[in-house]
Write a protein that binds this ligand. Structure first.
Ligand code: 6PG
Length: 252
C-alpha cells in the first residue's frame, strides 16, 4: 500500500553526487514545465549534502532565478541563532547561489509559534493561488521537490513519534511547543502536505538511523507507525542512504 520508492545505497560522498545530479534534473524539468521550481528544505545534515550543487557544472547551469525555497520545519528562534534552520541553509547554501531573496520564504522569526505557522500557511495559499506552487487533487500544496532528513527515532519534519499532530489532516502548517528534541517550539508542515509532494528526496546517513530505515522500507503490519512510516507521497520518493543507514536492510 506504500508508494513506489527508489533506494540508492552508497558512500556519503557518492550520495551527495547523486543528490546533486537528481536535484539539477528536477530543477530543469520543473523550470521548463512550470517556469518555477519549488524546493522545500529541512535542517540537519541535509544542507551539507546539497553543497555539490555549489560546484560546476551545477552552479552555472541551474536556473537559480526560478527557484522558490521553503522550509518543512523551523525552530522558533531568531534567524541568526545557531538553532535556526534558516541560518543553517543560508550560511551553507543559499548565500552562495543567486536565488532572488523574494523567492526565499523563511518562517517569520518575529512571531510566536502559532502566529508564525498561520502566516506561513497564508503565504503558501497566496503562492498556490498565483500558481507559483502547484496544487494536489486534494487541494494541498504540491511542492516540486521536498528534501527531508529523518531522525533516529523516525521523526520527519517536526513530527515526532506518538505526537497528536501526526493525525492533523486539514492544516498545512502547524506548530508544537513540546518537541522531545530541543528546542521545544517548532513550526512544521503536516503529513498531508508532505505526501502531496511531486518528489521527495530522503537523505539518511549513519548507523543510528538503521532501525528506523528498516521500519520505513520493509513492509510490516503495524498499528503504531513511526512518523516516517506515514510518509507516502503521491509522486516519486527516492531514498539516499549511506552504508551505515542501510546496514540492517534485507536481513531477517
Ligand atoms: C531538528 C533536526 C532534525 C533533523 C533530523 C535528521 O529539527 O531537530 O533538524 O529534524 O532533520 O534529525 O538530521 P541529521 O540528518 O542531521 O541526522
Amino acid at each position: 500500500e506504500k508508494g513506489y520508492k527508489k533506494v540508492e545505497i552508497s558512500s556519503k560522498e557518492h550520495l551527495a553526487v547523486s543528490l546533486a545530479y537528481d536535484v539539477a534534473q528536477l530543477s530543469n524539468k520543473f523550470t521548463r514545465e512550470r517556469g518555477a521550481f519549488t524546493v522545500v528544505l529541512s535542517g540537519g545534515s541535509l544542507i551539507k549534502y546539497l553543497r555539490k550543487l555549489l560546484e560546476p557544472p551545477y552552479i552555472d547551469s541551474i536556473e537559480w532565478s526560478k527557484w522558490h525555497v521553503f522550509w518543512v520545519d523551523e525552530r522558533v528562534v531568531p534567524k541568526d541563532n545557531l538553532d535556526s534552520n534558516y541560518k543553517l541553509a543560508y550560511d551553507g547554501f543559499l548565500s552562495k547561489v543567486t536565488i532572488p531573496p523574494v523567492n526565499v520564504y523563511a518562517i517569520d522569526d518575529a512571531l510566536a509559534a502559532d502566529g508564525a505557522a498561520d502566516v506561513y500557511e497564508t503565504t503558501l495559499k497566496r503562492l498556490v493561488k498565483s500558481n507559483v506552487i502547484d496544487t494536489s487533487t486534494r487541494g494541498f500544496p504540491k511542492f516540486d521537490l521536498m528534501l527531508l532528513g529523518m531522525g533516529p527515532d523516525g521523526h520527519v519534519a517536526s513530527l515526532f513519534p506518538g505526537h497528536p499532530l501526526l493525525k492533523e489532516d486539514k492544516k498545512w502548517v502547524t506548530f508544537i511547543r513540546d518537541s522531545p528534541k530541543p528546542p521545544p517550539e517548532r513550526i512544521t508542515f503536516t503529513i498531508p502536505v508532505i505526501n502531496s509532494s511531486s518528489n521527495i528526496a530522503m537523505v539518511v546517513t549513519g548507523e543510528g538511523k538503521a532501525n528506523a530505515v528498516n521500519s520505513a522500507l520493509e513492509d510490516h503490519e503495524k498499528t503504531d507507525k513511526l512518523p516516517v512510516e506515514l510518509v507516502s507521497p503521491e509522486g516519486e520518493w527516492k531514498w539516499y542512504l549511506d552504508v551505515g543507514a542501510a546496514s540492517k536492510l534485507f536481513k531477517e
